[in-house]
Ligand binder design. Structure first.
Ligand code: TTP
Ligand code: MG
Length: 401
């Protein structure tokens, strides 16, 4: 099953303020501000509004729409309730985003009569406890279930019978296939491919030529084949990020800027998981491929970007004073993860300020993307890796379980 809430941010606002129900509502901000639509009610979508459309355009297309700033904490709370409902139905639950999850329902017919009935029960509980609708797709694999839930919206339920996966997908536009963005759509369009059915008959070698490994994935998914399991999150033991430079470097500013960026990524992951770390580890690979790690145990567990970065810089300075070779790769990681407890340092005002600062940065980034707000130091990276969407070509995420 793939379950996705309908017009999630808007629905939460409509439950809190019933006057908004049945109206064209947009969450994202006021139309006189720069910014984009985050979520549009289905009434607003009739006017052509969709997520990521500039607010000014949205207000031109639908002047009567009600524009709301929105607040992330409300959506996070609703998301928690949503996931708790789903977890009551099956422990094989994989949350994908705030309002979206896969649930492996294999074998649950015996409990609910049918998977269809199980989905109806889930939808009913979402309605009773959250006050709005979710849509459900049921299929033998993830990609088909996701396309089905999307197609069934709003308040939908769509089941694709075993063996029907490929014929179900065939007439749909390639844009409906998860992972196919504007760019892929354009390239496929250039090859004369408009539907998923047409894509499924392309030779895999052609797709590989154009898209590499992603081409093979497209080929399988277009045929309704997807071997991915539903993977419930497991306890994370460590979190790290690293990057290889295009050219080996000894430039301290570049090394520090990169370390800052990677530390912010690691910190965000750590806070997202609600954990603090006791250990910070720096990894360096030199031009001759010698790889070293240097570890520091913190006096007090922490989850702030600043602690991770400051510790990383100390370790970096020590390492650079011992080894004069240019650096090929730099990485930073945290381990010995603990639940945040009430700690003495927390009574210290500067510690508390840092915590608030990190939370505020997370809120902005969760809403507008990671590069919406940057530390001065990492601005340097923009000039060095200008072409990538995230601002930089960096980060290979790695979570050790
Ligand atoms: P979606 O599930 O993609 O969108 P939705 O729930 O608003 O509408 P529907 O599923 O019925 O098509 O995303 C869930 C929430 O994530 C959405 O309510 C707001 C947020 N979001 C953004 O902030 N920016 C975006 O570009 C998108 C797509 C979503
Ligand atoms: Mg949704």
């Amino acid at each position: 099953m793939h379950i996705d809430l309908d017009a999630f941010f808007v629905s939460v606002e409509q439950v809190l303020n019933p006057e908004l129900q049945g109206k064209a509502v947009v969450v994202g901000g006021r139309p006189d501000r720069r910014g984009v639509v985050a979520s549009a009610s289905y009434e607003a979508r009739k006017f052509g509004l969709y997520a990521s459309m500039p607010l000014a355009t949205a207000s031109r297309l639908c002047p009567q729409a009600i524009f709301i700033e929105g607040s992330f904490s409300k959506y996070r709370d609703a998301s928690r309730k949503f996931m708790t409902i789903l977890a009551d139905f099956s422990p094989y639950l994989e949350p994908i985003s705030l309002d979206e999850a896969y649930l492996d329902a294999t074998g649950f017919e015996s409990i609910y009569g049918s998977i269809h009935q199980m989905a109806l029960n889930i939808k009913q509980r979402i309605k009773d406890e959250l006050g709005f609708c979710g849509s459900v797709g049921i299929a033998g694999c993830k990609v088909v279930a996701k396309v089905a839930s999307e197609l069934s919206k709003p308040d939908g339920l769509l089941e694709v019978a075993p063996g029907e996966e490929r014929s179900f997908l065939a007439p749909l536009s390639i844009a409906k296939l998860p992972g196919v963005g504007k760019k892929t759509e354009q390239i496929l369009g250039g090859l004369g491919i408009k539907t998923i059915g047409e894509l499924s008959t392309m030779p895999v070698s052609t797709l590989k030529n154009h898209f590499g490994v992603f081409g093979e994935l497209l080929h399988r998914h277009a045929r309704g084949i997807d071997g991915r399991d539903v993977e419930p999150p497991t306890a994370t033991k460590s979190i790290s990020r690293e990057t290889t430079f295009g050219k080996d470097t000894l430039n301290r500013s570049l090394l520090k800027a990169t370390l800052q960026y990677l530390s912010e990524r690691v910190g965000a992951d750590l806070r997202q998981r609600g954990k603090q770390a006791k250990c910070v580890t720096l990894k360096l690979r030199y031009a001759d491929f010698t790889t070293i790690t240097r570890r520091h145990t913190l006096r007090q567990s922490s989850d702030t970007n600043q602690t991770i970065f400051d510790t990383g810089v100390k370790l970096l300075n020590q390492a650079l004073s011992q080894e004069k070779q240019p650096v090929r790769l730099i990485g930073i990681g945290v381990s010995s993860l603990v639940e945040p407890g009430r700690q003495l340092d927390m009574l210290d005002a500067s510690g508390e300020r840092l915590e608030r600062l990190n939370k505020a940065i997370d809120r902005i980034r969760n809403k507008y993307g990671f590069t919406a707000i940057q530390t001065g130091r990492t601005l340097l990276l923009k000039d060095i890796f200008p072409e990538s969407d995230e601002g930089y070509t960096l980060h290979t995420p790695s979570l050790s379980r």
